[in-house]
Each structure stands twice: as C-alpha cells, then as structure tokens.
Design a protein around this ligand. Structure first.
Ligand code: NAP
Ligand code: ZN
Ligand code: ZN
Length: 352
C-alpha cells in the first residue's frame, strides 16, 4: 500500500511534550477523500491519549478528532464530495460495516471494534491511525461529514466530538421540549451539552465546581447553576432531573447526582472511563427506578443530523484559537479547567 509523508504534531512518549514530526498517510484509494485540515479542536481525550491515561496508547501518537477542512483530492468512486468542498471528520474513520451495530448506523458500537481517528489501526496501511494535528487526512467518504456553510468553520470543529458525544444521549433518551436536563462539568463537552439541550427545548441545569463560571453559564442559556461542592445547593435539587449528562474526566462520586434524578431518570456517564469510587449505592436506583448509563460519541448518520441541526439553529462552540506550537500549554490549561470552552488549533500555524 502506497503512503505519503505528512507534517504533524504529536508525542513519542506519555511524559514527553508534543512536537513536530512526520507521519504516513495512505495514498488516496477509490472511496477516499483527502482533506487539507484547516482547524482541529482539542478534546480532553487527546490529552488522555497523549499521556496514556487509559493505557494502550501507541507512540508516536498524533491526537485530534475534531477536524474540519477542504477537500483536496477524491478517489475515483467518491460520490459525496468534490475537490473544494468543506468536509469534516470526527472520532471514527472506519468500522466493519456489516455487524448488527454498523447496519443500524451505530458504527461507534461496531461489534468488531471501530477504527478511531487516532490510536486506531489503519486497515490498509497496517499501522496506527494519526489524528487531526496534521496537514491532511485521508478518510473513506462514508466517515466524512458535510459541513453547514452558514457557520464559523473554526467553531464548527468541536461539534465533531464534543457536539456529537452530548447530542447522542440527548437523542437516545428522547430529550425534547420541557425535559429536565442537567449537565455535570462546564468544559468542552459540558458547554455543548447545554447549547444542544437548550436547542431541543429542554430546561437545563449546570452542576459545576467553579462558581466563577456562572456568568458564562447564564450566557450559554442555563436555567439554573448548582455549585456541586455545596451540600445545601445539592439537596435543594433532589429528585428533579430526567437526564443528567456527566462529563467529568476523572474519578468522582456519582451518588450525589443520582439523588437529583427524578423517578425513572438516567445519569449518563460520558467523561470518566474506569471503576467508580466511591462505589454506586443501588438503594436509590432500585427505589426510584433510576439508571446509571454510559455513551460513546455517535454514529455517522447521527453526526450529520447533529451538524444539520446546528446549521439550522446557529449552534457552534465557544472557542479560543491557538497555534499548533501552543498545544502543550493548552493541555496544562485544560488540566486546570481553564478553557472557555474549547481550544481550536489554526492548522495554518503548522506550516510556519
Ligand atoms: P474539559 O473541557 O476538560 O471539561 C471537563 C470539565 O469537567 C471541567 O471543565 C470541569 O468543569 C470538570 N472537571 C474537571 N476535572 C474534574 C474533577 N477532577 N472533578 C470534578 N469535575 C472536574 O473536558 P472535555 O473535553 O469536555 O472532556 C470531558 C471528558 O469526556 C474527558 O474525559 C474526555 O476524554 C471524555 N470524552 C468522552 C467521549 C465519549 O464518547 N464518551 C467523547 C469525548 C470526550 P467545572 O469547572 O465546571 O467543574
Ligand atoms: Zn473527543
Ligand atoms: Zn461493525
């Protein structure tokens, strides 16, 4: 299989900073689209992968799965895109396409394992996949999304992960007008969850540790903010929510949030991967028919649905544009919850 060298930014070890390096991309195949990357969002998962927080990171690792750009080449069999079109790529670039999940447009739950945009395995090159902190990417057209043309392109990038990861549970648990939704953590995912839930007509509460984010929360449209470290404020919202989307990236006590679910309500974990500590107490779950669930990103059709919804409702991410060379500092700021509310890399900076 032919490959081409592409300039990228990545890391060679979990404790090394990111730096410029060269990676291999496969040459365009008949169903592939080659995209010149214009902007790439910075997700907390990028940091988890660079630092091997989840185990299994392969080095060199090139993160980035909130990709928008311009089509520069298409394979002979491509029908969805032509050169010059805007295009986007999220967290998946392939799946088996024939299992029950894939047949239901749930590629993110592919029973044979989806191919992640980074730290996956390119079926054709046989090496790991590299993400969007790079000049260009080559992806099968099935996994490439159409971008609404009325939105600010840089601010669209975070929709490809933060957007779809929060949209998918909102849709699955049928959030609509007057649903009572709460969001835990005001970061990249959290701020998109608020915007999308408001767009769907829900009543939205934010749980945050950071009192200094209140003005922003109001500007984002929340109906109520609860400081999660204040026991009095927590007990005042007991039994209220139909759906809670918990975006906290690290281990934390979920029990106080379960207490705020309504009868039959569901708390969906999208942030933290691993064992909960303290453990979950089943008593309130059993006595209130409450669920604690999880959800990962979203399928390709659902991602397109979300992008189209955002185009129609003028929803984009609140972003701070950075240069590629500022990524290590951006990770440090992300660890301090000092992002309002998504870093987006202007990929033109990689050329300089
Ligand atoms: P982020 O921008 O860093 O936001 C996380 C927010 O959680 C912070 O702003 C902070 O909000 C709160 N927080 C951070 N550390 C905390 C702690 N130790 N205890 C309690 N709250 C804490 O991160 P993100 O990009 O939104 O990603 C969130 C998580 O989702 C990451 O773990 C990421 O890997 C994961 N993720 C999952 C999926 C999926 O498909 N399931 C997709 C994308 C990302 P406050 O200041 O308001 O408290
Ligand atoms: Zn992500
Ligand atoms: Zn499959």
């Amino acid at each position: 299989m032919e490959s081409v060298k592409v300039k990228a930014y990545g890391t060679e070890a979990c404790d090394a900073p990111l730096k410029q390096l060269n990676i291999d991309r496969r040459a365009v195949m008949p169903l592939d689209v080659e995209i010149e990357i214009l902007y790439c969002g910075v997700c907390h998962s990028d940091l988890h992968t660079a630092r091997n927080d989840w185990g299994g990171s392969v080095y060199p690792a090139v993160p980035g799965h909130e990709i928008v750009g311009k089509v520069t080449k298409v394979g002979t069999g491509v029908t969805k895109f032509k050169v010059g079109d805007l295009a986007a790529v999220g967290c998946l670039v392939d799946s088996c396409r024939h299992c029950d999940s894939c047949k239901q447009d749930l590629e993110q739950y592919c029973l044979n394992g989806f191919t992640g945009t980074y730290n996956g395995k390119d079926k054709h090159l046989g090496i790991q996949t590299f993400g969007g902190y790079s000049e260009k990417v080559v992806v099968d057209e099935h996994f490439v999304l159409q971008v609404p043309t009325n939105l600010d392109l840089a601010a669209v990038a975070p929709l490809l992960c933060a957007g779809i990861t929060t949209w998918s549970p909102l849709k699955h648990w049928k959030v609509g007008k007057d649903s009572k939704v709460a969001v835990v953590g005001l970061g990249g995912l959290g701020h998109m969850a608020i915007k999308l839930a408001k767009g769907l007509g829900a009543h939205v509460t934010l749980f945050s540790r950071s009192a200094n984010k209140e003005q922003d929360a109001i500007a984002l449209g929340v109906d109520k903010m609860v400081i999660s470290t204040d026991a009095k404020q927590m007990s005042a919202v007991k039994g209220q929510f139909d759906l809670i989307i918990d975006t906290v990236p690290y281990v934390h006590d979920v029990n106080p949030y379960v207490a705020t679910l309504n009868i039959s309500g569901t708390l969906v974990l999208v942030g933290y991967l691993g064992n909960l500590s303290p453990m979950l107490n089943t008593v309130p779950m059993i006595l209130g028919r409450k669920s604690v669930a999880g959800s990962v990103i979203g399928g390709i059709a659902e991602t397109q649905e979300m992008l189209d919804f955002c185009g129609k409702h003028n929803i984009v991410s609140d972003i701070e544009i950075i240069k590629m060379q500022e990524i290590n500092e951006a990770y440090e700021r992300m660890l301090k919850s000092d992002v309002r509310y998504r870093f987006v890399i202007d990929m033109a900076s990689l050329k300089s």
